[in-house]
Design a protein around this ligand. Sequence first.
Ligand SMILES: [Zn+2]
Length: 260
Amino acid sequence: MTHRIYAIRYGHLDRNSDLNFLGGDDHAHPMPLDYFVWVIQSAQRTVVVDTGFGAAAAAQRGRTLLRPVAEGLAAIGVKAQDVQDVVITHMHYDHAGNVPLFPSARFHVQDAEMAYCTGRAMTHGHLAAPFDADNVVDMVRRTFDGRVVFHSGDEELFPGVTVHHLPGHTLGLQAVRVATLRGPVVLASDAIHFWANLERATPYPVVANVVAYLEALRRLRTLAPSLDHIIPGHDPAVLQRFPAEPNTKDIVRLDLAPSG
Ligand SMILES: [Zn+2]
């Protein structure tokens, strides 16, 4: 079973590198974040990984929405309203907004993530800040509508598509591993924001549990045959390293060998 994987950039934020590493960066330089959603496709199905943020959240938080998520999906022929399966890697605002755009979907979430974003941890403003209560409420409503599939730890969703619980950034973050012609590709989401978080073994500063984060880095390396098979959540280099999908903007194919 092989799959195509698309990374679709929808947002951007300019910032300096000292904000991207716990403990800062001695040689601070511009190190912007890109925002992505991902699509996994086989002959059998389409799975969307994360739902991004919308215009309201972008304005509220000072992020640039380059293109609405639904338009990015449409550029590769995916209609949000028809999508059957959405994996939510974690419930932060930039990964779990736009839920109403997916009325037909089942949402795949880790038990630990829903417990985290609806429980005691959210009474700490520092931990709650990257969540939007409206997104969390949307997912609670979907739960009562029978539209959420809970996962615990590592599970197979479909042949060749598995989720892996990698806590640290949040307590219920999950990565998605996908069988492709070049081997397994791991959508690490925010287990690493940048390849540099993995290479330096240094967490991104938004971190719920530093020990778990560092253990997750080790685990990531066991899930993939090389760093090129591990896709970070926010690294602008993703768009440079992987081949562009023809006739689209800001969309690359992660199942194909990196070009640079
Ligand atoms: Zn993120």
